[in-house]
Design a protein around this ligand. Sequence first.
Ligand SMILES: Nc1ncnc2c1ncn2[C@@H]1O[C@H](COP(=O)(O)OP(=O)(O)OP(=O)(O)O)[C@@H](O)[C@H]1O
Ligand SMILES: [Mg+2]
Length: 266
Amino acid sequence: MFSGSARSKTGAFAVSQSLDPPLLAARDLALTVRGEPLLRNVDLDIHAARRLMILGANGAGKSLLLRCLHGLTRRTGGGVYWRGRPMDRAARRAQAMVFQRPVMLRRSVLSNLLFALGAAGVRKSERRARAQEALEQARLEHLARRPARLLSGGEQQRLALARALACRPEILFLDEPTASLDPAATLAVEQLISAAHSDGVAIVMVTHEAGQARRLGDDIVFLHRGAVAEAGRAAHCLSAPSSAPLQAWLEGRLYLEETRLSAEKR
Ligand SMILES: Nc1ncnc2c1ncn2[C@@H]1O[C@H](COP(=O)(O)OP(=O)(O)OP(=O)(O)O)[C@@H](O)[C@H]1O
Ligand SMILES: [Mg+2]
């Protein structure tokens, strides 16, 4: 996705020099709520079948960015483009999102899948086969008849992912999909994400774990106070970060602007 990142006049990072048209692009994206800039100058390109990890401290704006990219939260400035055109309903149908706390319908695991497929416009005759395939992929066949709300956190997360993937999106947004999961459940979710990527699905994922970003990411965007502080190849940025906020984050330090300023004055 990125062939380098350079700071533009606005302070944002120019992150796209690929010749392929991006699947999804944000240009100077901004979100201001009651006078408070929550996202600013965000430029990014997401190419087909790439995996972008969005990183940043609590409150940096990661979830809001995902929501703006997917069109769930209306941005107040800039643009979001799908294959070079403003997003429309058809574009939204080619996307899926999994939230940190999955929302399960008050019905069985299988019905949750069938309902999602119906909502995605899949023909009734195809829904059962697709749901079955999704259950097998997520290794949830044995729980097909169980009320979804009775599943454990890890099982619900796998169902949420299976439900999203059953709709065969071109891009999948994931907001901390393994937060609060144990190592085995984390591995299961990571395997589902990797399988989706192997099938050509572009992944845009928020994570707090550098190890996970290294394992799953081709590219990263590091957000600091609503703006992109650093962007580029995951392997490079995570081993040789060039921005102070990402350096601090990787070292597990709280990055305080004031600390930097007082250090510079000395
Ligand atoms: N609807 C809203 N109105 C006003 N402020 C909001 C709204 N939604 C989020 N915020 C604020 O925007 C900032 C960024 O929120 P966001 O949820 O994107 O953070 P985050 O990077 O996902 O953090 P975390 O790692 O804790 O999930 C926070 O300070 C939050 O309080
Ligand atoms: Mg969040």
